[in-house]
Design a protein around this ligand. Structure first.
Ligand code: C2E
Ligand code: MG
Ligand code: MG
Ligand code: MG
Length: 285
């Protein structure tokens, strides 16, 4: 696998990533204060059915509305929060806002799910499924309208206990997705053991795929894996029309990316949904 990785690393173009600000720019105390002060806000990015252009869900992506630094991306404070052991508090805030926003969209007649990114630390908390079930009940959101995204490279560092938590979440009907697929080292064997509903291919394999046979081969293999495991396949980071057309022809189920919409504030979701049919006919004719 190391040799394979070297070949892949040598042939793949560098994924376009946002520059991550200095991870130590903020202290745990500053973040705790920000949480208490309501400075964490969710942005939402649509998940769209690649065959029909129908919007099926919204992914919540947290931002820190910093009084001095402006809108801060999650890469600048999530690793710090994980290290300091306070990422659970952050996750609570993101989840409760996501459930509240989802309830409002559904009340307005939109059939959507919401996807929330969770840190591995949640899976190390044995009562996490019960806490989550309580939050769902309080928000009056059915569990099957929530998908939890777990980054591939982080899954199963502590297999037995984490698998137990994942299984209990799934038994409660919560959807589970592997995020950033391709960036870690999942084998077919251990992916098969996870109670997943969805696999999200990292945008590093998606961007530029239309003109890159190496990426196309990786996407094809990932799609085959998704199908074999009967998982919904999602391609993230679609920025170009050519890549969208390639993904459609390859047979992916869902897409996300700037081509469809950038992550937007909750209050922009409703107007965006109203306006989507026009753009939809252009992209999904
Ligand atoms: P992710 O879950 O894989 O989210 C996708 C990231 O790609 C987001 O960055 C999104 O803004 C960006 N993106 C979406 N479409 C495009 C595109 O077409 N082109 C490009 N270049 N980028 C695109 P963001 O919001 O900075 O989030 C980064 C990561 O931070 C997320 O990756 C996720 O792993 C983590 N994260 C975000 N919110 C939370 C959270 O509430 N809790 C935890 N634990 N992690 C979070
Ligand atoms: Mg995600
Ligand atoms: Mg992702
Ligand atoms: Mg990512």
């Amino acid at each position: 696998p190391d040799a394979l990785r070297q070949v892949l690393d040598a042939t793949l173009p560098e994924a376009p990533r946002q520059a991550e600000p200095n991870a130590s720019a903020y202290t745990p105390d500053e973040l705790l204060h920000a949480i208490a002060d309501g400075q964490l806000v969710n942005r939402y990015q649509p998940k769209v059915d690649l065959r029909t252009g129908e919007v099926v869900g919204m992914e919540a992506l947290v931002r820190w509305r910093h009084p001095v630094d402006g809108l801060v991306a999650p890469g600048a404070f999530i690793p710090m929060a994980e290290e300091a052991g306070i990422v659970g508090k952050l996750g609570d805030v993101v989840l409760s806002a996501a459930l509240r926003d989802l309830a409002a969209w559904r009340a307005a007649g939109h059939r959507l799910h919401v996807a929330v990114n969770i840190s591995l630390a949640c899976l190390d908390t044995l009562d996490y499924p019960d806490t989550l079930a309580r939050q769902l009940a309080e928000a009056a959101v059915p569990a099957n309208q929530l998908i939890l995204e777990i980054t591939e490279s982080r899954v199963l560092e502590n297999p037995a206990a984490q698998l137990d938590v994942l299984t209990r979440l799934r038994l409660k009907q919560v959807g589970l997705a592997i995020d950033d697929f391709g960036t870690g080292y999942s084998s077919l064997a251990n992916l098969r053991d996870l109670p997943l509903v969805e696999i999200k291919i990292d945008r590093g394999f998606v961007h530029g795929a239309a003109g890159h046979p190496g990426l196309q081969a990786i996407l094809g293999t990932s799609l085959g894996l998704a199908r074999q495991l009967r998982l919904v396949s999602v391609a993230e980071g679609v920025e170009d029309r050519a890549d969208l057309d390639f993904l459609r022809q390859a047979g992916f189920d869902l897409v996300q990316g700037y081509l469809i919409a950038r992550p937007m504030p909750a209050e922009e979701v409703e107007p965006w949904l109203q306006a989507w049919p026009t753009q939809r006919t252009e992209l999904f004719a």
